[in-house]
Design a protein around this ligand. Structure first.
Ligand SMILES: O=C[C@H](O)[C@H](O)[C@H](O)COP(=O)(O)O
Length: 222
């Protein structure tokens, strides 16, 4: 079973949660691309909002009704990928640079479901780089501040986010605690967003070698 087959299996399981009449948030990345393709095939009577220009384009080209999120305050269900997801449903996102819009749409959603292949499942997040979206004006200052939190900070050269910002990736977290890391990164002036999702994820659907596993926040009692 390839990773890509597992990504599609997770996306297919999530599509079963989509009901006619819903406003659905579309994630970004290779796993979310499977979701969009499946929705385009099945054509449920839904409208969608997208977490990136790339996902909006793919959805629109496939004939889905894409609404501008700027005019939306609530989404029924958002389905999105992740770079790491742990057993407490803490996730790291943003390898594709879309984490800021992804977090806004996730926060606006009644339910946010992560879809992933088994390689994304970890005991505890922190091995993946943490993407940080930064106001270009503050780039050098933020890089210096992040150097206190990570062993290495790298700018994504030539990358501009959909919001016109730059991305600095933090490698090697100096503090293993995601709550403390999220608070420390967010407190730096000039940081616009970051890829740590502490409480936004309500459920995860993970496919590994064809076996689909579901994790539910409700079952965690938090
Ligand atoms: O910015 C990108 C997003 O957070 C993606 O959802 C995440 O990187 C997972 O992407 P993929 O499904 O391609 O592994």
């Amino acid at each position: 079973m390839t990773t890509d087959t597992d990504k599609r299996a997770a996306a297919a399981a999530a599509v079963e949660m989509v009901r006619d009449g819903m406003l659905v948030g579309l994630g970004t990345g290779s796993t979310a691309a499977h979701l969009i393709a499946l929705l385009v095939d099945r054509r449920p009577a839904i409208e969608v909002v997208a977490t990136s220009e790339a996902s909006a384009r793919a959805a629109r080209e496939g004939g889905l009704v894409v609404r501008d999120f700027a005019g939306i305050s609530r989404v029924d269900l958002t389905i999105d990928g992740a770079d790491e997801i742990d057993s407490m449903l803490v996730a790291v996102k943003g390898a594709g640079g879309a984490m800021l819009r992804e977090k806004v749409v996730a926060a606006a959603s009644d339910r946010m479901v992560v879809i992933a292949d088994g390689s994304k499942r970890v005991d505890r997040v922190g091995a993946a780089k943490l993407p940080v979206e930064v106001l270009p004006f503050a780039e050098r200052f933020v890089a210096r501040a992040l150097a206190g939190l990570f062993e290495r900070v790298e700018k994504r050269e030539g990358v501009e986010t959909d919001n016109g910002n730059v991305i600095l990736d933090g490698h090697g977290w100096r503090d293993a605690d995601p709550q403390r890391m999220a608070a420390a990164v967010a407190s730096i002036p000039g940081v616009v967003g970051h890829g740590l999702f502490l409480s936004e994820v309500d459920a995860a659907i993970i496919a590994e070698d064809g076996v689909v596993t579901r994790l539910e926040r409700r079952a965690l009692g938090r």
